[in-house]
Design a protein around this ligand. Sequence first.
Ligand code: FAD
Length: 558
Amino acid sequence: MDADVIIVGAGLAGLVAAHELRRKGRRVALVDQENANNLGGQAFWSFGGLFLVDSPEQRRLGVRDSLDLAWRDWRGSAGWDRLEGPQDEDYWAKQWGRAYVEFAAGEKRHWLRDNGISLTPMVGWAERGSGRADGHGNSVPRFHVAWGTGTGVSEPFAQSAREAAEAGTLTFYHRHQVDDLIVEAGRVTGVTGTALAPDNAARAMPSNRTAVGSFTLRAPAVVLATGGIGGNHELVRKYWPARLGKPPRQMITGVPAHVDGRMLDIAEQAGGRIVNRDRMWHYVEGVKNWDPVWPKHAIRILPGPSPLWLDALGRRLPFPALPGYDTVATLKYLRTTPDIAEHDHSWFIVTRDIMAKEFALSGSEQNRDITDRKKLAVFKSRLSSQPPVEVEAFRQKGEDFVTAETLEELVAKMNGLTDAPLLDAALIRRQIEDRDAQVDNPYAKDVQIQGIHNSRRYLGDRLARTTKPHKLLDPKHGPLIGIKLHTLTRKSLGGLQTDLSSRVLRPDGTVFEGLYAAGEAAGFGGGGVHGYNALEGTFLGGCIFSGLNAGRDLNGTL
Ligand SMILES: Cc1cc2nc3c(=O)[nH]c(=O)nc-3n(C[C@H](O)[C@H](O)[C@H](O)COP(=O)(O)OP(=O)(O)OC[C@H]3O[C@@H](n4cnc5c(N)ncnc54)[C@H](O)[C@@H]3O)c2cc1C
């Protein structure tokens, strides 16, 4: 045997599994197709948002949360509807959902702290939902951002793996691409694959796939932590569900190229069961990175509640397709409404004041102050009337951004970003004037304006995330900024079906002995812990929880 456990994938899920196995001195082979620069996978690039329930950070901001409320929210968001019996696709997903919400309301915060992850005092309110108490969405803010953003979450475990390697209990197999699982007498006993030519590509840059040899590794157990399909548009299109209409002709990419989804089919062919492949989590607030790292590099704008959101023909999107409310409903609206589904984009119009206070960009490199843990700079920037430097850089250099003093000039510039001039300035002016007439009272009939008032009743948003309602056409708050938004591919919500110990199941529901899966490859637990919708900050946590469960089970059984 080459190790006690082979872990395929050195992203967060694989690293957490390795970290847990290290506690018991297990010998681990950590295999990844990329080079050592990429330790941490997607988590390194992430915003570091973590879903926690009833935390001291929430309480300090006056948020009253509970396990019961979070579970109601999770169930309402997941909408699991494949629950006929133990063979059904959501059978384990739902059990994972409950276990995960209990983790987020209990052990998680201590576990994070014990493992070197600290949290900023800010708690964001993501996915405000579909407007129904029993539907999708967070009733309260739960998005806790780690100091260091994604690097603050991934680095403690990357460091743990490096230390284990120095101590001789972990061996890195970088540039080793797994092509198959070895199955003997119904049990997974190892992996085979291609040794790839050395490549010094910087983190997340595409690397060569030149074969220089082959390899075989054997162990009593294999953990697949190989991520999702977001970097592979062909697979995204293949599994795109009819309920979301047709995928856009042009999409941009919110994950590095190594998120290729290749290992999922390999595991399925070897005998594992993949479920809920039609559930995905892509964002429609994507902009092209003016300073790209990976091909078609997309950045997601994390908007506050105030931007005016228009379809490609310049009409305001209806509730719940409001900024920060309901990711899948908005995607569905844009992809299934006949006259706009033929276009790939939509638009935000904001004032400079809205951009300054409400725009954040998702990614560790887009939030240098939090990533570099410059606490004073973070507080100054979040309370300032100036936009964060990264947001301002996009305004100035991003190809999707235009700025103008008057609406007519702005719309002309927006029309300059599309092949045909689809926007009518008079139509947009009429809608903005109607909207602006709603801001003079602390109440309104316009549902978006109501939402802005609601947001400002939460101290965290009032301080750092939501502008005082103002007229978009009031030059005091200008200039006006128009942003062309694209669909960016990010996460797979389905994946390998696993039981609560992260053991992969076969199509007949029995355990596929010797095979475990964690992280995005396992639909963040159970093959779809989120169901149809995520509450956000739940992906990193899902990688941690499923990696931990795999490690714990292996520590108990090996
Ligand atoms: C910009 C950005 C912002 C994000 N922000 C947040 C956030 O704030 N909160 C949140 O919860 N989530 C966030 N996410 C999502 C989250 O980061 C990911 O879902 C999570 O990190 C996935 O981790 P993983 O370990 O499952 O997979 P990955 O990080 O994708 O790692 C998989 C690894 O497996 C390797 N691999 C794949 N196939 C093979 C093979 N055949 N052989 C060998 N190696 C292989 C890959 O090279 C890779 O290193 C964000 C993601 C991005 C990109």
